[in-house]
Design a protein around this ligand. Sequence first.
Ligand code: NAD
Length: 499
Amino acid sequence: MTTTVNTATFRQHIAGQWADAVDGDWIDSVDPYRGEVWSRIPRGNDKDVAAAVAAAKQAMTDGPWATMTPPKRAAIMRRIAAAIVDNAQRLAEVEVRDNGKLLSEVQGQLSASSECWYYYAGLTDKIEGSSIPLEKPNTVAFTTREPVGVVAALTAWNSPLWFVAVKCAPALAAGCSVVVKPSEFASASTLEFAGLLKEAGLPDGVFNVVTGYGQEVGAALVEHPDVAKITFTGAETTGTRIYEAAASSLKRVSLELGGKSPNIVFDDADLDLAATGVITGIFGAAGQMCAAGSRLLVHTAVKDAFVEKVIALAGQITLGDPMDPRTNVGPIATRPQYEKVLHYLNVAESDGARCVLGGRPADDPELKGGQFVEPTIYVDVDNSMRIAQEEVFGPILSVIEFDSEESAVQLANDVDYGLVAGVWTKDTARALRMSKALHVGTVWLNTYRTYSYMLPFGGMKRSGIGRENGIEAVSEYLETKSVVMSTDDSVPTNPFVIR
Ligand code: NAD
């Protein structure tokens, strides 16, 4: 394996400067492919958070950012977008070392991240209020849209720089400053990215990164009184805790959480197309996707034939080095996550699901040291089983049968989550009926994992609150202010009657 990465020590980025943790502590970061420590990041705490939030607050109050015109903000954001492309190989290699995602996939995400920064640069000068003709005579009323304030962006380990793009680009377009807290398991690429921003012309303090454990740095950020808005991607349990902690100070909160998403295959579907969608939906990124299609709901009439196709395709998957273009599926990114996936293999077996593929850690000696789990398929799954209800975040597919459109809808919606769903059918009217009946934030019809920074993404039910991507994401970082002026100079006869 070749790599251009030549440093194993990464530093926090606060007020435009590199910074060790105030208390001088470090966290080792493990390469999940080799199972070896490859780098270290500062283990910050509430003191580091205080410094980063102070820098972000100052940037919003008396720095050049506070008075910068939207076109100038946009120009800086375009330079950030260009810098991502110019540095894509280095950023990608750092991220792959940290979280084991396939190099090809990270390269694709970086290309989309750059486009995302361009997209939100284009929105900076289109944030407008409106003029409202009131029912009251002699008044002028209008609204303005103002940045919400300092934003805390807490991100998960599976797609660090993509999360930075979808959170920070709209936040900066809105005029906010940010403090990013990446996952302690994969902070390096976010820190590497921060180093590109000064050259792009971003004023100091607008984009800060603090690193460390969620309970220490993350919790301190959530509780900090000068943070106005929290945007979080991560586990549902953490999101719930953050929502509770933010409530006491009424912070604005957006949450992108987990899923237990159905891929629903009807008997009239193009089964070859559907099988490809199903395997990329659950085995891509080793299933470590919030939108993983972890439940295959398949019509009884085609179940046996379809499951055979899926097994045949999944059986050809090559596990291996995430840097190698021949690899289809890489390792599980973190040790705790690897143990969680192995635990769910036991849960599925003891609940009575029948394993028809995989069901164990990979035993290939070439993969020794890495955290690999074989692509796994369970049949005879009942939707009430834990393997059908709980998010695993790993390469495990549960197959559940249905015999009517109504029962497909009922099974699909019968989980606490509501992030995405895939529907495979040639019947257009049915596809549209399904898109309405499914309680999820995104419905993919005859496709799966078709994301775009232009299209709102987010969850219903326990999958989250708010939407990322698209024009509406900018609103997550804005407050609307109403202004009313009287054009009547006459003195009111009764000062206690409101005009
Ligand atoms: P996690 O919740 O453990 O961590 C996410 C971030 O929160 C990390 O930066 C972590 O340090 C921080 N954190 C942890 N405890 C905290 C606390 N008490 N206070 C403040 N911050 C805290 O999630 P993870 O394991 O990194 O990621 C996996 C989860 O992310 C999965 O559940 C997955 O579904 C979800 N996810 C959701 C989406 C989406 O867009 N909906 C995308 C990717 C991942």
